[in-house]
Design a protein around this ligand. Structure first.
Ligand code: C2O
Ligand code: CU
Length: 579
């Protein structure tokens, strides 16, 4: 069983236990004896079964089980300890066990709330709040049922509840909010003189575009979605003038995966101010990384990218040989945009398909009718890629895969999520059952670069209640906090940094660090065995633990966030900062 499915199983059992305890309590209060006894038996079994799931989760990693071991287990034991013996004594009046059964229901439900609302790391504050809630709810129920606890018992309960509530509230306010991110003003980049310069202008404006035969409202660069394809040769200087005609939420250009100097990174409020309507900003940097990249607005990025403010950036080492096409896959107004037209080529011509996922969720790509190699991932060439056939690739949000092959004499087709986006003739596109490539085991291995690390960080991804803003929100969290309260990762220039990313939520988080590519060391404790894999976007699936490393060689303040941009907006963003 994977850790992801264990997390789900444990949650389901916990919900079952809560429902059964509360149901048993209600049934006994209503003197429905058989029902009460049946539900209580289910509740006992479910509560005990969690001993297994919690132990298995703890073995997969303390991150997955911390609050379950520290808070849910003691509360569940209390539930079984209080309700169990009273049930076994088989009371004449079943109503006599209503309060203990309800206590068990409150104990298991408050533990569940700690998992769902608070998550990792477990804190004394959360534990105390849970206890306060259980005591208060039990006292109220006892009163309502006319059970008369002695004065001392109810006084003691009151004291426990109030004390737990007060200390719990105090303790669960995490100390030390992140320092505010400095807000700089648009400064034109330093001139890079005497070098071949490629100049482009990107004008952002609202537009109506044709999406698969239907006119939809979009936000577009130069009136088109995707925006113009920017191409350069290694060594060129790129000079891109961004103008905002009428996008009220502001616009910037972030060069996704391109490790530009920090002041060119296009993150509003961090590296520049958002470009407001009728303003402009000039980006200038040397294109010294070859490969497949893309650009997109980072201002209101979730809606901005979804509405169409993105395009492709391809930097080639030299002149194009053969057929070299980019295939950005994007969903506009709920529909996949058609892929660009490709001319048919003669057999034997080398083909490079640059697949780009510009959506916020993973896509599955299958190339039918030919063997191929994955020449590069996230712009970086792989070492010794071997031919693959009848194998699909999964590309995370923001990620890129370059597939290369020699055009066969027979037809080929590209299938994305089961939909054929290209085909040069009749070929079977039944690719749904193909195995998926694991990039961690693909290509030729090379000795590991680093054996010691100057800094290590752990990011635990989850969901939780964020009460710090004006309105409470159910945020996507990192280490229990949401943007802007996640402490930055602080490094020094030259540090070799290792970070561990743990996903204890039920959904995929495509992770993306700006300004650096990270080298994948291991996933779920198993070292990567293939070509060195330098990524800027990688899917951390539920229950997965990734170990990655990078050299801190690009000073500045860098966003480090989930590239499901709705998650990034809902809290899952932090910063990497150089001291
Ligand atoms: Cu492509 Cu901060 O993102
Ligand atoms: Cu996410």
């Amino acid at each position: 069983m994977t850790t992801g499915s264990l997390l789900v199983a444990d949650l389901v059992i916990a919900v079952l236990a809560v429902a059964a305890w509360l149901g048993a309590g209600a049934a006994s209060a209503a003197r429905r004896r058989p029902l009460a006894l049946g539900l209580a038996a289910v509740a006992l079994l479910a509560t005990l079964a969690r001993a297994l799931t919690i132990t298995a989760l703890a073995r997969a990693g303390w991150w997955f089980a911390a609050e379950k071991v520290l808070i849910a287990a003691p509360l569940s034991l209390a539930a079984v300890g209080v309700a169990g013996p009273r049930l076994l004594r088989a009371p004449g009046d079943i109503r006599a066990v209503a309060v203990p059964l309800l206590f068990a229901g409150y104990a298991t439900s408050s533990a569940l709330l700690v998992t769902v609302l608070h998550g990792y790391p477990a804190s004394a504050g959360a534990g105390l709040l849970a206890v306060a809630g259980v005591v208060a709810a039990t006292v109220i129920s006892a009163r309502a049922l006319g059970a008369r606890p002695s004065r001392t018992v109810s006084r003691a309960a009151l004291v426990v509840a109030v004390a737990a509530l007060l200390t719990g509230t105090g303790l669960s306010v995490t100390p030390g909010a992140a320092p505010a991110v400095p807000h700089e003003h648009a400064s034109p980049a330093a001139r890079i003189a005497d070098e071949p310069t490629r100049r482009f202008t990107l004008t952002a404006a609202t537009a109506t575009v044709d999406a698969a035969g239907r006119n939809v409202a979009a936000w577009a660069f130069n009136g088109q979605v995707p925006g113009p394809e920017l191409t350069a040769t290694v060594g060129d200087v790129l000079e891109v003038t961004l103008r905002n005609r009428n996008i009220e939420r502001g616009v910037t250009v972030h060069w996704h995966g391109y490790d530009v100097p920090n002041d060119q990174d296009g993150v509003p409020g961090v590296t520049q101010a958002a470009v407001r309507p009728r303003q402009e900003f000039v980006y200038r940097f040397r294109a010294d990384q070859a490969g497949t990249y893309w650009y997109h607005t980072h201002s209101a990025s979730d809606v901005g990218v979804r509405m169409g403010l993105y395009g492709v950036l391809v930097v080639r080492p030299g002149p194009v040989t053969g057929l070299d096409v980019t295939v950005p896959v994007h969903t506009l107004a709920g529909r996949p945009l058609p892929a660009p037209r490709v001319d048919k080529v003669e057999a034997g011509v080398p083909v490079r398909l640059r697949l780009i996922n510009t959506d916020s969720t993973t896509h599955r790509y299958a190339l039918a009718g030919t063997a191929f190699r994955v020449a590069a991932v996230d712009g970086v060439d792989l070492r010794g890629p071997t031919p693959l056939a009848d194998t699909a690739v999964l590309i995370p949000a923001g990620g890129r895969y370059d597939l290369v092959f020699d055009a066969p004499a027979t037809p080929v087709a590209l299938v994305v999520d089961g939909r054929t986006v290209y085909s040069t003739g009749p070929v079977s596109t039944a690719t749904g059952a193909w195995p998926v490539l694991d990039p961690l085991g693909y290509g030729a291995t090379a000795p590991v670069q680093w054996s010691r690390f100057d800094k290590t960080f752990t990011l635990v991804l989850d969901r939780g209640l964020d009460l710090r803003g004006l309105l409470p929100r159910y945020a996507h969290t990192v280490n229990g906090a949401a943007d802007p309260d996640i402490p930055p990762q602080v490094v020094r220039l030259g540090d070799v940094v290792r970070f561990t990313i743990v996903n204890r939520s039920q959904i995929v988080h495509p992770w993306h660090l700006h300004g650096h590519h990270v080298l994948v060391l291991a996933r779920d404790g198993r070292p990567a065995t293939g070509s060195p894999l330098w990524l800027d976007s990688f899917d951390v699936r539920p229950g997965e633990v990734w170990e990655v490393a990078f050299r801190a060689d690009n000073p500045g303040m860098w966003a480090n966030h989930c590239h499901n941009l709705a998650h990034a907006d809902a809290g899952m963003t932090l910063h990497l900062m150089y001291s």
